[in-house]
Every structure is written in structure tokens, then in C-alpha cells.
Write a protein that binds this ligand. Structure first.
Ligand code: SAM
Length: 261
């Protein structure tokens, strides 16, 4: 979420993101499934070309949270292992989808080098990068490189000029890697959350939902975006409508996107 590192929301600018208790409380408060940025629907065109289940059958999902992505990837043939620091998130995912997960700090995983074909993170790096100066998100990316046999994917709101060199430097110990950064439009839900944040930067999402007038304004902006792809720049609004899919491949893996399936 664009606001996360800009400190413009009461929800998304917290050092607490690195505390397991913070996440446990959050998942207890909102026990439903929720996906940061994108879902399988937006990602499938990328993943089925860049990391097809035939090339990348085993997947480590880093910081799975309450995302639906693991279950949807399981349905098309990936064998997904979920890890998260929050036992509450893992318990809820088990009840919701039947998928098991392991409680683990993604910066110090108890798996051998190269245990998974694909290691994927969506949103965990960004959440932890909210704490300025913290090494934790970089340690997680290094660990992703160590565990990946051939492919690392990081899904983030960070544009290449902000993120690519940082990821490359964290992955260098397990490299070399070839990098591609691809733009992906946010899911309608994330788009709507970003609209609420950019229109009401000092308010929580819950309070906007309680305020009929504010909610109607956000719904109107969402309808305009859906129809015309406008973001209200004329009103001084700045918001990001896309996230980035960073693909890192070991040179020994054939160039993704060129293999015929
Ligand atoms: C922003 S959420 C992203 C959730 C999910 N990947 C998604 O796309 O919706 C970040 C997730 O990372 C987990 N997390 C935070 N710190 C972690 C750590 N050190 N190791 C593993 N998971 C962590 C949190 O519990 C939370 O589920």
C-alpha cells in the first residue's frame, strides 16, 4: 500500500509490524480472508507464464497471512508450503482452506538451502519495511534467495527505482540472479482501500465505512477509476494503482516467459 512508508495512515505506518503479537491481534480482529495488493485473479497471467507449476512445483509462501493465494495456487498444481510468524493466521487459514502452515520467522527458516523451486512474498517485505532502518525485510529477502532452487518472486508496491537495487543486494549472497520487474494492476479491493486512504489520509478504513458521505465519495471515485482509469490527480490526489512483481531467476533456469506450455 502506497501509504505504508509515507506514514499517512493510522493503520499502515507502524513499527509494530515486526511483532508477532501485533499480527496475532490483527488476525483475531479481522478473521476473514484478505489479500494485500492482488489475488490469484490478477497474478495468474504472470505466474502461469513466469513460474508455471511444471517448472516450479514446490512453493514457499512467505508471510501467507489470511491470503487466498496459496489455496488458489494449490488448485492449479503448485505444492505450497505456508509460513507465517502468526500462529493465529495459520490456524485461521487451516480452518478456512484445510491448508497447513508452519509458524516461522521468515528471516531464519528451518529449511535447507534450495528446498523450494519458487519462494514468493506478497506484502511481507513492504509491511516490515515500514520500520525505518530495520534490517528484517532485507534478511527475509536473503533467506528467500537461500531457500529458492530457481525462482524468487516479491510482490510489492515499491517501484524499481526504490526497490530493485535493495532486493539485488539482499539476494547477492545466494546469487547470481537475473531480475525482471513487471507492473500489475491492484485488485478492486486494494484499489478501493487506496482510494479511501488517499481521500481520507488521517482516518481509519473502519471510520470511513461508518461515515455514509465519505463512503459514497470513495465509491464514486472507484466507479470513475473502473470506467476511465482516472485517479483524481486534478484534485491533487496521488495514489498508486499498480504493484510490482519482481521476478528473480537463477541463470541456470531457462528465461521465463519463453517456454511454451
Ligand atoms: C502484509 S501481510 C501480507 C499477508 C499476505 N502475504 C497477503 O498477501 O495478503 C504480512 C504478513 O507477514 C507476516 N509476518 C510478519 N513478520 C514476519 C516474519 N518475520 N516472518 C514470517 N511472517 C511474518 C504477518 O503475520 C502477515 O501475515
Amino acid at each position: 500500500m502506497e501509504g505504508a512508508e509515507q506514514g499517512n495512515s493510522e493503520v499502515f505506518s507502524r513499527r509494530e509490524y515486526s511483532r508477532p503479537d501485533f499480527w496475532n491481534d490483527r488476525f483475531r480482529e479481522s478473521p476473514h480472508a484478505f489479500d494485500w495488493y492482488v489475488t490469484w485473479k490478477e497474478l495468474r497471467k504472470f505466474l502461469l507464464i513466469l513460474a508455471h507449476p511444471e517448472d516450479c512445483p514446490s512453493v514457499l509462501m512467505v508471510g501467507c497471512g489470511s491470503s487466498t493465494l496459496s489455496a488458489d495456487m494449490g488448485k492449479v498444481g503448485y505444492d505450497v508450503t505456508n509460513i507465517d510468524i502468526s500462529d493465529v493466521a495459520l490456524g485461521q487459514m487451516g480452518e478456512r482452506t484445510g491448508q497447513e502452515g508452519v509458524q516461522m520467522d521468515a528471516a531464519k527458516c528451518a529449511f535447507r538451502d534450495g528446498s523450494f523451486d519458487l519462494v514468493l512474498d506478497k506484502g511481507t517485505f513492504d509491511a516490515l519495511a515500514c520500520a525505518e532502518g530495520s534490517q528484517l525485510p532485507d534478511l527475509i529477502v536473503s533467506e528467500m534467495g537461500r531457500l529458492a532452487r530457481n525462482t524468487v518472486i516479491i510482490i510489492t508496491h515499491g517501484r524499481p527505482e526504490l526497490r530493485q537495487a535493495r532486493f539485488e543486494s539482499s539476494l547477492a549472497a545466494s546469487g547470481p540472479w537475473r531480475c525482471r520487474a513487471l507492473k500489475c494492476e491492484l485488485s478492486p479491493m486494494s484499489q478501493f482501500i487506496n482510494i479511501m486512504r488517499s481521500k481520507y489520509p488521517d482516518r481509519s478504513i473502519a471510520s470511513i465505512f461508518r461515515d455514509k458521505e465519505a463512503l459514497a465519495t470513495a465509491v464514486k471515485a472507484m466507479a470513475e477509476y473502473t470506467e476511465h482509469k482516472t485517479v483524481g490527480e486534478e484534485a491533487g490526489e496521488k495514489r498508486q494503482t499498480h504493484c510490482w512483481v519482481y521476478l528473480f531467476l537463477r541463470p541456470s533456469r531457462p528465461q521465463a516467459g519463453t517456454e511454451a506450455k
